[in-house]
Design a protein around this ligand. Structure first.
Ligand code: AHR
Length: 494
């Protein structure tokens, strides 16, 4: 039996809705086909952006969308992607399959996509191969309301008013694909580039620095000590951590795996908690007031590509295992929401741990999509501190807690608890006590399936989908929940 105690009266910190954020890169079929089909496509679209994908994503409320990369960002020259489409230059997408990028999806198309989704834009600028001047002009083009060369060019290209742009990343993975830099060198470049990312009119930019890879604590130490403030002026608002769950050197099949792979995947995904704790400890040293947010702007599973697909396109299937990774990771982000203010799963459509897969005009949603759907109740809710005791799930002498949870109270006063039973064999009885809450009503949904590797296909799109969970009983403020093996559940209490 597992026990979960919720201190409802102790709820204090907001779970920023941006923790439920996404990432779309010019990679494989994410932007092209995944979103952009062009105005003349037979696939139903609005201004060139496919309606089915946007429709599905609106249901789960996409708070923020990071673009254009990823590694692509540090080779992207934004001027290539504005003006008449037929005149835009063709470039090589060096990172992702060496395919030709026709630049038909650029700044205007991206803001149109964000408008259709109702998502906040988050642009990642080019430090690796772009200039300070180019970055400064991009921000001017997007946000300047007055009579300047860039603002007038934007008008010529069809957009009179400036857009609102809050989130701006200064480079991506500059320790590797973004320039193979040392932390010390990047910290200096960060200081320089951020200086020219200006606030125009009433637009205020939240500047995000390239942060560490995994457990590179030195990177965090250097960035936090050298690039956050100068003479009391804040230079950095966010530091971006990247961590992927990679059980087998990026080669393992997303679909064919055994219990040992399942367990290793969960173990690696749970490592996110240690990373957040340790990076936060360094951040606390230099920023005790928590003015700099930890932004986990790339996370998710990374398996081998689907057989027969281009290796550089990173197209992988998505099973119940991915759903558990999503569920437990989002619980971790919720539980550390005092420092973690945004996270962006990689990636939203057709790439890595995707929420949506397309095949030409067809579209399906994945188990990961369903987790984001269940968890959307946490967006902007207030985190409830919880205390969890449970048994271990042990495979080959490695032990992990079999239950993972988080809870929040929403604006209407209802309490939402999200639970992951990581054990694929054991039904888990969870005893949840809601201290300081008079329970009247309970509703619940669960995502599970017969097999660990069950997934949705274009032929069978509904193999893994949520259903009602009836195995809950209520006595005063005490819930007894029976969680099926390998499941993600949402329990709502009013
Ligand atoms: O998401 C795929 C790639 O993973 C991104 O382009 C890069 O930032 C990371 O290494």
């Amino acid at each position: 039996m597992a026990k979960l105690v919720l201190d409802v009266n102790g709820a204090k910190h907001k779970i920023d809705r941006n923790i439920y954020g996404h990432f779309a890169e010019h990679l494989g079929r994410c932007i092209y086909e995944g979103f952009w089909v062009g105005e003349d496509s037979p696939i139903p679209n609005e201004n060139g952006i496919r309606k089915d994908v946007v429709g599905a994503l609106k249901k789960i409320r996409v708070p923020v969308l990071r673009w254009p990369g990823g590694c692509f960002a540090d080779e992207y020259h934004w001027k290539d992607g504005v003006g008449p489409r037929e005149k835009r230059p063709k470039r090589i997408n060096n990172h992702w399959g060496g395919v030709i990028e026709n630049n038909h999806f650029g700044t205007h198309e991206y803001f149109e996509l964000c408008r259709q989704l109702g998502a906040e834009p988050y642009i990642c600028g080019n430090v690796g191969s772009g200039t300070v001047w180019e970055m400064q002009q991009w921000v001017e083009y997007i946000t300047f309301p007055g009579d300047s060369e860039m603002a007038n060019w934007r008008r010529e290209n069809g957009r009179e008013e400036p857009w609102r742009l809050k989130y701006f990343g200064i480079g991506n993975e500059n320790w590797n694909c973004g320039g193979k830099m040392r932390a010390e060198y990047y910290a200096d470049l960060y200081r320089q580039y951020q200086n020219f990312v200006r606030n125009y009119g009433d637009n205020e930019i939240f500047r995000i620095a390239c942060g560490p890879r995994n457990d590179d604590y030195h990177w965090t130490e250097v960035l936090m000590s050298r690039a956050t403030q100068m003479r009391g002026m804040q230079m950095m608002d966010g530091l971006a951590l990247h961590y992927y769950t990679v059980p087998g050197e990026k080669q393992d099949s997303a679909v064919h795996f055994d219990e040992s792979d399942w367990h290793r995947t969960m173990r690696l995904a749970l490592f996110m908690e240690e990373l957040i704790i340790k990076h936060s400890r360094i951040m606390d040293k230099y920023d005790p007031e928590k003015r700099v947010a930890l932004i986990v702007d790339e996370w998710g599973t990374w398996f081998g590509v689907e057989p027969g697909t281009e290796p550089g396109f990173l197209y992988q299937q998505n099973t119940l295992r991915d759903a558990l990774v999503a569920g437990l990771t989002l619980n971790i982000f919720n539980n550390y929401c005092e420092r973690v203010k945004m996270a962006n799963i990689a990636q939203i459509v057709n790439v890595l741990q995707a929420l949506i897969l397309t095949r030409g005009p067809e579209m399906i949603v994945t188990p990961t999509y369903h987790v984001f759907d269940l968890y959307q109740v946490h967006q902007d809710a207030t985190l409830i501190p919880t205390e969890l005791t449970c048994e271990s799930y042990v495979v080959e002498d490695a032990a992990i807690p079999e239950l993972n949870a988080s809870a929040s109270v929403g604006p209407g006063g209802s309490v939402n608890i999200t639970l992951c039973n990581l054990n694929p064999h054991k039904e888990l009885l969870v005893s949840a006590v809601l201290d300081g809450f008079a329970v009247k009503e309970v509703a619940s949904r669960v995502l599970t399936s017969a097999n660990m590797n069950d997934h949705n296909t274009f032929e069978q799109p509904d193999v893994v989908r949520p259903r009602a969970l009836d195995s809950i009983s209520l006595k005063e403020n005490h819930l007894s929940i029976t969680l099926p093996p390998k499941s993600v559940a949402l329990v709502t209490v009013r």
